[in-house]
Design a binder for this molecule. Sequence first.
Ligand code: GLU
Length: 413
Amino acid sequence: MSAWESAQQQLAEAVAQLGLDDGFHDLLRTPRREVTVAVPLRRDDGQVEVLHGYRVQHNLSRGPAKGGLRFHPDTDIDEVRALAMWMTWKCALIGIPYGGAKGGVAVDPKLLSRNELERVTRRYASEIMPVVGPEKDIPAPDVGTDEQTMAWFMDTYSIHSGYTVTGVVTGKPTALGGSLGRGGATSRGVMYSVFCALRDADLQPHDVSVAVQGFGKVGGLAAQFLHDAGCKVVAVSDVEGGVYNPDGLDPIALLRHVRGGAGTVVGYPGTDRITNDELIALDVDVLVPAALEGVIHDGNADEVRARFVVEGANGPTTPDADKVLEDRGVLVVPDILANSGGVAVSYFEWVQDLQAYFWSEDEVNVRLRKLMEGSYAEVSELAADRKVSMRTAAQMIGVGRVADAHRIRGLYP
Ligand code: GLU
């Protein structure tokens, strides 16, 4: 099942629970604006290649569109649509005044030089310039992009505007108006979500073992934060495969291994090599999928042995797999809640940029924790009240708020 089909099915479930009519359902499922751009790239050897880029603004009813920019070879318009829709519900769920968007360029950033990456970013930014801006649509990092990508994007936008516009993107370096705490925000939020789930089950961090799929920006730091909090992180993986040690791993030492030339967690001394599929099926308490969509599906959901699945990635569990996990009593803390720390601190960054007044890292982290614990409590209360999964409850809150915004604004003309 594709990400777009998953997103549509989840929406249909929330719409049914909320009792919204077909007209509303249509309004909510149809992306508001989609831009497809050609991104001609001059390779370092002089050859020209034309890449395909996208920006989808799924919904704008509650404020400017907001969402990351992904560089990945498999990115296509349908994936970007799904990711944009999830951003809409995520922003509404955590109560920040944004609609949802996502962008993507179908390219493997690992195969480009730094100069080529800069040219792709700048050309893509120029091509989508008419639809972005601090009051229109604010990109941020996602899979395959980072602070540097945002710096190039912001610079390109600013040069075309004739003045510096820091608020056009978030997830920038702090030297350019980025927020303290943004780099680790998604992972920190994943940790807070794990804490909330454990607290409701009367467990402490040191009681549990954890497996993290994806050792990138989100999974790498989530593993580190959870390890520092006392959890036993027994397995992590990346695209090359995973490593497992039932006695626990040290994520900092692993990161040194990756950055020190190995380029992958695989081969880390004192560990068994496992596949990504084996990681999903490990006998652990907490499973954190923090890579790509659709990794827990109807073919492997019944192999999940974790008691908690805390979704660091967007869309890692398909609706079919959700049903299997629910029947088996696995608690899934859904993506739009569990990974919302990133966009939450993006919002803080944008607010700081607009005010040109910056907060301490402590202030950012305290506000993030409060916001996430509040959202978690709302979702778990609704899930208990309505006897639905945390996913459906989270979607009901997000979708319900967007539907309310449409209703109150009215339909023009
Ligand atoms: N790419 C992140 C997400 O999927 C962050 C988006 C943002 O900060 O705008 O939530």
